[in-house]
Design a binder for this molecule. Structure first.
Ligand SMILES: *Cc1c(COP(=O)(O)O)cnc(C)c1O
Length: 404
């Protein structure tokens, strides 16, 4: 049966694409060797640098997904056989480490609990224990673990790398944080920060985006792995004039320009981050009112882009998700791999406002009740409403532009 009205796509990516962005892409395909396209590239790249929080970095865009961004980040700076330090604290950190192993790197994967953050002390301890014989060439970090709803403190991890006196490259996955939770590529002294188009950037899937430090660029010049499509050298060279060495995803790039206008120039990044914080607080208040548990163990690491909700013993989160979809046209995120059936995830990132969050919470409440999880009808919605009605107002949109 089809459900009338707007479909509620509240998974933590892909996110809803605003009509404005759809319209910006709804146009005839342009000549990617022509002047109009070159202007587009030159408009996009500086705006993206603001979103990555960089002056020094170079932004590279590929037609790909976040998974491609992982591969691009690795093959440009690391030679096969080099050692990588990785941590398993969720589905995406696990897959990132697997990607590195599949590409022939020597990966040490430290198991952590799914629901905990990546503790800076763990990073420091492993780097201190490095005997230097075949030293770690890179540390992989997932800023926002989309499977567990945990945001790690990358600044603290950078400090830990420094405290250990180690010069491993810092590679940061910001696929589900960039443009929603502040990313500070320069301040973190990240070497590669990577993302995809379909989460905070409010675009359809199809782009992988990297921000590369001068040190990583240098590594890429001398070394790296055998590579072709993901080699960033020809891309960076051609981008100077606004072009690409192959056919880029032209229409997605028109959408990206519109998204950057909305986020950077109109709403302002500090307002975007504040909005995500506020909406997330509303969702968390609802989860608490339902008497359910947030999978993220510590409140200081709660994610502002999604919440993973643990269902009570005996309940099946897949059933909640099914009811939400079939009865209410609400798409929620499933529990991935080892937490399948135990959690459902509410995405609260991208183009989203308070009323949409309230609609989502209302749908989740009904789906919980219909699938046998006893919650009080209206309790979560009311808790979020209470927060939203006494929310502090906006900060000045231009503040963080000046600060970057
Ligand atoms: C979505 C996601 C990915 C994977 O991106 P794809 O576009 O699905 O390849 C990687 N890392 C994180 C943290 C993600 O949320």
């Amino acid at each position: 049966m089809s459900i009338s009205g707007r479909h509620f796509l509240q998974i933590p990516g892909p996110t809803n694409v605003p009509d404005r962005i759809l319209r910006a892409m709804d146009r005839p395909v342009v000549d990617h060797r022509g002047p109009e396209f070159a202007e587009l590239t030159k408009e996009i790249l500086p705006l993206l640098k603001e979103v990555f929080g960089t002056h020094e970095g170079t932004v590279v865009i590929y037609p790909s997904s976040g998974t491609g961004a992982w591969e691009a980040a690795l093959v440009n700076v690391l030679s096969p056989g080099e050692r990588i330090l990785a941590f398993n604290y969720g589905h995406f950190s696990e897959l990132f480490a697997r990607t590195a192993r599949n590409l022939g790197y020597d990966v040490e994967e430290v198991p952590l609990r799914w629901g905990q953050e990546l503790p800076a002390e763990e990073v420091e301890a492993h780097l201190r224990a490095d005997d230097g014989e075949n030293p770690y060439a890179a540390v992989l970090v997932v800023h926002n673990e989309t499977s567990t709803g945990v945001t790690s403190d990358v600044g603290a991890i950078r400090d830990a790398i420094d405290a250990a006196g180690h010069d491993a490259l810092l590679i940061v996955d910001t696929v589900s944080s960039l443009a929603s939770i502040e990313v500070k590529h320069d301040e973190w002294r990240a070497d590669v920060t990577l993302t995809g188009s379909q989460k905070g950037l409010m675009l359809p899937p199809g782009l992988a985006l990297l921000c590369v430090s001068p040190r990583a660029l240098e590594r890429g010049t001398e070394g790296g792995a055998p590579r072709n499509f993901f080699d960033w050298r020809p891309i960076i060279r051609d981008n100077e004039a606004g072009f690409f060495p192959y056919t880029p995803a032209t229409l997605l790039l028109f959408g990206l320009r519109e998204a950057l206008k909305m986020l950077v120039e109109e709403e302002g990044l500090s307002n975007v981050y504040a909005r995500h914080r506020s909406l997330a607080e509303g969702v968390r208040a609802a989860v608490e009112a339902w008497g359910l548990r947030n999978l993220c163990e510590k409140p200081e690491f709660y994610s502002n882009t999604l919440t993973a909700v643990v269902v009570p013993e005996g309940a099946d989160s897949d059933e909640v998700i099914r009811v939400a979809r079939e009865r209410f046209g609400l798409a929620l995120g499933v529990g991935l791999s080892r937490i399948k059936g135990r959690v459902f995830r509410i995405g609260h990132l991208g183009a989203l406002n308070e009323l949409e969050v309230l609609g989502t919470l209302g749908g989740v409440e009904m789906a919980l009740i219909e699938s046998g999880v006893p919650v009080e009808l209206g309790s979560g919605v009311r808790a979020a409403q209470q927060l939203f009605t006494r929310k502090p107002t906006e900060v000045a949109g231009d503040q963080d532009r000046a600060a970057v």
